[in-house]
Design a protein around this ligand. Structure first.
Ligand SMILES: [Zn+2]
Ligand SMILES: [Zn+2]
Length: 536
């Protein structure tokens, strides 16, 4: 069988893997690239398959960097099933719709700009309508149920403990009378995360895809992190200031609500307003309440005792933009939780504009800040950042609290891997920025002696076969229609010719004197002339 690494490779976004066995083709995850123009361009690039030829998509969890291109695929003719857990389906309903809305807004913004400059019209990647239409292809599967999805292909979802409904995907594939097992870690949670379960240990597998978001970092313990947050909130209360928390609408927001709720219950902080200023986070919290079967023991017990840790006193959900604006008039010390988590879109940008320049305010980062995002710039110590066309000074207290992460750290990833019993396990290190993947890759080889690879983007490989990996360049020739191949070849020829000319110009022709390059060039020239004559 064959695999192509389509995303979540040397980056944490755009997760997607194409698998092929004979004529059967399917994807594991279908995520959107985020974080800068260059990466995001990949969302529009032609995929190396026709959406119509895919039989199904297996989805690890609802985060947009894993699910965000599904509506685009449906728009392009995908008519198979998207298999995921029930909670993932519920979350995708609100998240994909929200993503469609963001796509529409962005296209509109671009169009306003291009109309002024007489440029071309931009189409949204997909619309709210496309997102809604894609939902009818979703089908849910319970954790731990074995499901035969095609002849000789079975799948099972295990709790990944990352966000509500998140799954590790186990995949058994029969080929030429042999059954092999692939495991996709998806995003793995850390074991002391509240509300949801810990990641499930897996013992069997032949090849696994392992995420490496924090492959080069260790988190502080949960307890230390809660203490840090407590100190920040106390200081803000003493100074009548605000605490701004950019948070991903799913999981991080609920985690913050849970933690503040516990601190209030213990009397560590008084009941202050907690604004949840993100319509998506509000819907997500509702979905959490509907899927309490996914909760861990501790949370289930709290609920049984009549206490809902997702509804602390003082919590204020702001749905409309007017309500959101009114937050600025509240003079009391307060916590404002808003999305997006990496500060690139959503209402958080307004709150940053109001508070980044105030010395008394606190900005608390609790999630991963991807390369190229506004959040990453602030964390990296930028003196100013640009928001809504205005340069805003960064004077507020900036905090990063790693212990709130929804991802396992280096230790957690290695611990999860240690449960595999197969000494010949092969590991693809994915879903991490280059540095993180490299460090984890090295540790895995040292500690477990597994065969490891950090794949390249769009690299293709043959699994369980004698064939070697196929480099992206060679593959291009192999799968492209002749016309496209011709253009690629001509481009290469042009580029190589120009390079050679430059070298000769720089006076390096003497170095070529002893080589037989003159003869080679003569030959190439002759071939080109022949071709041209044939075309006439
Ligand atoms: Zn995720
Ligand atoms: Zn992810």
């Amino acid at each position: 069988m064959r695999v192509e690494f389509l995303g979540g490779i040397r980056t944490v976004t755009g997760s997607a893997t194409l698998l092929e066995r004979g004529s059967l083709k399917w994807l594991v995850d279908c995520g959107m690239f985020q974080g800068g123009k260059q990466l995001e361009e990949r969302n529009r690039k032609v995929q190396p398959y026709h959406a119509k030829t895919l039989s199904f998509i297996l989805l690890t969890h609802a985060h947009i960097d894993h699910s965000g291109l599904i509506p685009k695929l449906v728009k392009e003719g995908f008519r198979g099933r998207v298999i995921c857990t029930k909670a993932t389906l519920d979350l995708c309903e609100v998240m994909l719709r929200d993503s469609g809305h963001i796509q529409e807004m962005e296209a509109e913004w671009l169009n306003r700009k291009s109309r002024r400059s007489g440029g071309e019209e931009a189409n949204p990647l997909y619309t709210v309508n496309d997102a809604e239409r894609s939902l009818k292809y979703f089908q849910s599967l319970n954790y731990d149920d074995m499901f035969s999805i095609a002849d000789g292909v079975k799948v099972r979802f295990k709790d990944a403990g990352h966000i509500l409904g998140s799954a590790i995907i186990e995949l058994w594939i029969e080929e030429e009378g042999q059954e092999r097992k692939l495991v996709f870690s998806g995003d793995l949670g850390s074991s002391d995360q509240p509300i949801i379960q810990d990641p499930t240990w897996i013992e069997e597998g032949d090849i696994i895809w392992l995420e490496s978001t924090y492959g080069n970092r260790l988190h502080k313990s949960r307890e230390e992190t809660v203490q840090e947050l407590l100190k920040i909130v106390q200081e803000a209360i003493a100074n009548q200031a605000k605490v701004i928390i950019p948070a991903f609408a799913v999981e991080r927001t609920q985690d913050v609500i849970y933690t503040l709720s516990q601190l209030m219950r213990k009397g560590s902080i008084p009941s202050i307003p907690i604004y949840i200023d993100s319509p998506l986070a509000i819907s997500a919290t509702e979905i959490f309440k509907r899927n309490s079967d996914c909760f861990d023991q501790e949370t289930k017990e709290l609920l049984l005792g009549g206490e809902n840790p997702l509804e602390p006193p003082g919590i204020i959900y702001t749905q409309t933009t007017e309500e959101s604006r009114a937050i600025n008039e509240d003079q009391r010390p307060a916590v404002i939780v808003s999305a997006s988590g990496m500060c690139d879109s959503g209402r958080i940008k307004h709150h940053l504009k109001h508070h980044l320049w105030r010395e008394a305010s606190h900005i608390v980062f609790i999630g991963y800040q991807g390369e190229g995002t506004i959040g990453r710039r602030i964390v990296d110590g930028a003196k100013t950042v640009r928001l809504f066309g205005e340069e805003i000074a960064v004077k507020a207290h900036i905090h990063t609290l790693g212990g709130f992460s929804a991802h396992a750290d280096q230790k957690g990833l290695l611990e999860w891997l240690s449960h595999f019993e197969n000494p010949r396990l092969e590991v693809f290190v994915t879903h991490g920025e280059k540095k993180a993947s490299i460090e984890l890759d090295q540790l895995i080889r040292e500690q477990f002696h597994f065969k490891t690879t950090i794949p390249k983007w769009r690299e293709r490989r043959v699994l369980f076969g004698a064939e070697e990996r196929i480099a992206p360049e060679e593959r291009m020739m192999e799968v492209s229609p002749p016309e496209e191949t011709l253009h690629v070849l001509l481009r290469h020829l042009d580029r190589n010719y120009k390079r050679l000319r430059r070298k000769l110009k720089r006076g390096r022709s003497k170095e070529f004197r002893d080589l037989y390059w003159l003869k080679d060039l003569e030959e190439i020239n002759k071939k080109l002339e022949e071709l041209e004559i044939k075309l006439e």
